[in-house]
Write a protein that binds this ligand. Structure first.
Ligand SMILES: *[C@@H]1O[C@H](CO)[C@@H](O)[C@H](O)[C@H]1NC(C)=O
Ligand SMILES: *[C@@H]1O[C@H](CO)[C@@H](O)[C@H](O)[C@H]1NC(C)=O
Length: 392
């Protein structure tokens, strides 16, 4: 009796220390659509018409993901230039019509469906010209550029957004999608302004902080000319008084880590080993909020490899695959060399009407890595939370 009691205690301890995915789901991409200009004309598609130029979610698709696929996490993209119009600039003044549409999507995911939601300003740490994202727009905080929004304005923006969601425990603040081609110390300064603004608003939920270089996990600990210090050496200095900030990582599996190619060539486990060691050494957690692969047989072990790696390593607490979203149609969000093989949106079809990547990638490969038990209650946290099976 005593022996088995001890065994049970040891087993409980081991279970607590073991790796757990608390949050699993999908990126919802379409809120950032409709601003492209072939001539990079500033202002194209702004503010844009909701439901025609862009949209955040399709509620029926979210229903399928929660009810059938049992996921508890969505990452919803939006454009800073729509939330904070160029006329008033980046900061605490919002376009209230745009905000209402965004809040309706967030509320549907979190309140109606009970899932968690990452707020994703899809802006590459740039503001004022999304017409040829990811390359156009002034880098936020670039003091040599008189047209650039300042780091303080970015902090004010986050303070306002967090204030509006501070009573919604299911929200997660994703500071920025994929900063790139800028000083890593400026990524840190902007991240710190965001964290400070969010905490000053009284919001206690989890924050996701990106590194430089497109949030790449494989290069997180590396530095080179024009990219120094490394994201690791910079972000180790980020301070959150509530210690509820995780690192936001993107990791694609094709040759150049771009997520644009059909063929997989970069193994997640090997490429993430250094950032995982850094996370462990600094007692930090991470989420991989973008990853993906084509439906090819060749890619399947790579996709399984990164999903298993996250499940096996306690530094990883969650993930969102790239991407679903109401406006993809037959186009593919990643990994097909621009072929129209559909997206992760439920019901998605290829250009020729065959099953899209929801069937050929999500159902075939990703679904089995969605844990039976996830977190359905409580403030979003790097510590995770109570695990349970989602009730219908
Ligand atoms: C900052 O602004 C200056 C002046 O416009 C520009 O030359 C430089 O490339 C900008 N830096 C970044 C990282 O974009
Ligand atoms: C992936 O999807 C495309 C488009 O439907 C199809 O042509 C191809 O055969 C699929 N690949 C596999 C391995 O199923």
């Amino acid at each position: 009796m005593l022996l088995s009691y001890t065994f049970a205690a040891v087993a409980a301890l081991a279970a607590k220390a073991s790796a757990t995915i608390f949050y699993a789901g999908v990126a919802e991409s379409s809120g950032e659509f409709g601003a492209w200009s072939p001539t990079a004309t500033q202002g194209t598609g702004l503010p844009g018409v909701f439901g025609r130029d862009y949209a955040f979610i399709d509620k029926a698709a979210v229903d399928v993901f929660v009810n059938t696929n049992k996921i508890n996490l969505f990452r919803v993209a939006f454009l800073l230039e729509r939330m904070c119009p160029l006329s008033t600039g980046l900061g605490a003044t919002f376009d209230e019509t745009h905000f209402r549409h965004f809040a309706e999507a967030v509320d549907y995911i979190t309140k109606t469906k009970g899932a968690y939601c990452i707020l994703d300003p899809h802006n590459y740490m740039r503001y004022n010209n999304p017409s040829q994202q990811p390359m156009t727009g002034s880098v936020i905080g670039n003091s040599s550029d008189p047209t650039a929004a300042t780091t303080a304005q970015f902090g004010a923006f986050w303070g306002e957004l967090a204030k509006r969601f501070k009573d919604n425990e299911k929200v997660i603040f994703g500071i920025m999608n994929e900063p790139h081609d800028m000083e890593t110390n400026l990524v840190l300064a902007n991240n710190q302004a965001a964290v400070d603004g969010i905490r000053a608003s009284g919001a206690k939920q989890m924050i996701l902080a990106p590194g430089n270089s497109w949030s790449g996990g494989h290069s997180f600990t590396q530095s080179w000319a024009g990219y120094s210090p490394s994201s690791a050496d910079a972000l180790v200095k980020l301070k959150d008084p509530l210690s509820n900030t995780a690192i936001d990582i993107h990791e694609y599996l094709d040759t150049d880590y771009s997520g644009s190619h059909t063929v997989c060539a970069q193994p997640g486990p090997e490429n993430l080993a250094d950032v995982t060691a850094w996370l462990k050494a600094n007692k930090l957690k991470a989420m991989i909020t973008e990853f993906g692969a084509s439906n090819s047989t060749q890619c399947q072990p790579y996709l399984e490899g990164i999903l298993k790696y996250m499940a096996d390593n306690e530094e990883y607490i969650g993930w969102t695959a790239w991407a679903a979203g109401p406006f993809w149609g037959p186009n593919s969000a990643c990994c097909t060399d621009s072929q129209q093989w559909g997206s992760l949106e439920p019901g998605s079809k290829t250009a020729s009407g065959g099953p899209g990547m929801y069937e050929s990638v999500w159902m075939k490969t990703i679904q089995k890595f969605v844990p039976k038990k996830l977190v359905w209650k409580g403030v979003s946290s790097v510590e995770g939370g109570m695990l349970s099976v989602k009730r219908a």
